[in-house]
Design a protein around this ligand. Structure first.
Ligand code: DNO
Length: 368
């Protein structure tokens, strides 16, 4: 397991880069060009800038999250060809600076969705919260109108222009079914995966968050069966998964441990975080510790350990604690605590194997 940390870039993320290097066992930056609109080719000078920044902080840039996909590709419009060509050019450039994994998602219009970014907790921390009835009662067109009326409105990880176009986009998806989305994803993979493979890159699709349809829009990266189907669409190691335990864990039917065992070898990137689910379908993001939420983080880390996982991992959305100000879900403190919990579990499994006579280099017998 190679631990990394997501960083949103200068002026966009208050966490100083050198702090990331001080988190034990963390040597990579998970980065993106957040100011480049989805569909555009990434400029080389901006890529080089990140390469330099990371190098100065002693961190690698092996993992990009995300190169976002233009909606025309997801919609299967004829105009997608231009955006697919741009995507290929970006892949080649990223390959040339040593990038190994590109995380992306295939969610129509919305990326991850929450109803509250700072839900107060009894202990004084705050966390991101999803209230099912609020989403079900929300008219996305009204939401779009509110956003358009407020130019300062922003959402972490969302490109501003995508937020502004929400209304039009929802309309464009009116007749797009889940099967249409599968076909459009298949076309994207056929075009992109060979280019990624040639350039030493593994594509890693992120699950939909939450893993169910919202606002009548189709969502397909939601379950073990659907990830199985995804991997078969293009059966190659460069067609992989960003296995996000928090996104998938919002649905109690998802057995993430079983997914790690089934998809071993096709998970270049692991997002490991916990959520606490409520019976009414709400959920809140909690500390990474197994006991604090509903997701079996200890079992998940054991499954990665037992399958010889040697990919990249990162902690994910944390709470805001100790009065930290910053991007919701992406503060320094709770994610750093999360990393220490993940390493604690990993090391415990490693040492317990050592006691049974396995080599002390972190590899299990099967992989040594
Ligand atoms: C949320 C993230 C997602 C993820 C994208 C990948 O914080 O996990 O926004 O970056 O879905 O494309």
């Amino acid at each position: 397991m190679r631990m990394t940390f997501r960083w949103f870039g200068e002026g966009n993320d208050p966490v100083p880069l050198r702090y990331i290097q001080q988190i034990p066992g963390t040597d990579g930056l998970v980065w993106s060009l957040h100011d480049v609109p989805a569909g555009e080719e990434w400029p080389m000078d901006k890529i080089r800038h990140y390469e330099r920044l990371a190098e100065e902080a002693g961190l690698h840039i092996d993992v990009v999250e995300s190169v976002n996909i233009h909606e025309d590709i997801k919609l299967g419009l004829p105009t997608r060809d231009v955006y697919i060509e741009n995507y290929k050019r970006t892949i080649r450039k990223l390959g040339s600076v040593g990038v190994k994994v590109i995380c992306y998602n295939f969610m129509p219009v919305f990326d991850w969705l929450r109803t509250e970014l700072h839900r107060p907790m009894p202990d004084g921390s705050t966390a991101m919260f999803y209230e099912k009835s609020v989403i079900e009662g929300l008219n996305p067109r009204a939401l779009a109108a509110t956003i358009n009326a407020n130019p300062a409105f922003s959402m972490p990880g969302w490109e501003p222009e995508r937020l502004r176009q929400m209304e039009l986009l929802i309309e464009a998806y009116r007749n797009v079914t889940e099967e249409d989305l599968w076909a459009n994803l298949a076309h994207f993979l056929e075009e992109i995966v060979p280019v990624a493979a040639e350039n030493g890159i593994r594509m890693a699709i992120h699950p939909d968050d939450p893993p169910w349809g919202v606002f009548g829009l189709p969502r397909i990266m939601t379950s073990q069966a659907n990830f199985r189907r995804l991997l078969k669409l293009y059966d190659h190691p460069s067609n992989g998964i960003t296995l996000c335990s928090g996104s998938l864990g919002a649905n109690p039917d998802n057995d993430i441990v079983a997914m790690i065992h089934e998809f071993a070898g096709r998970i270049p990137f692991a997002h490991i975080r916990n959520v606490k689910r409520y019976d009414n379908g709400d959920f809140i993001e909690c500390s990474h510790r197994t006991e604090d939420g509903s997701v079996d983080i200890a079992g998940i880390v054991k499954a990665y350990h037992d399958t010889g996982f040697d990919g990249y991992a990162r902690p994910d959305h944390g709470r805001q604690i100790w009065d930290e100000q910053g991007r919701p879900g992406y503060g320094l403190y709770d994610r750093a605590l999360g990393i220490m919990h993940l390493w604690g579990l990993w090391d415990a499994y490693r040492y317990s194997n050592n006691a049974q006579g396995v080599k002390a280099d972190g590899q299990t017998a099967a992989h040594s």
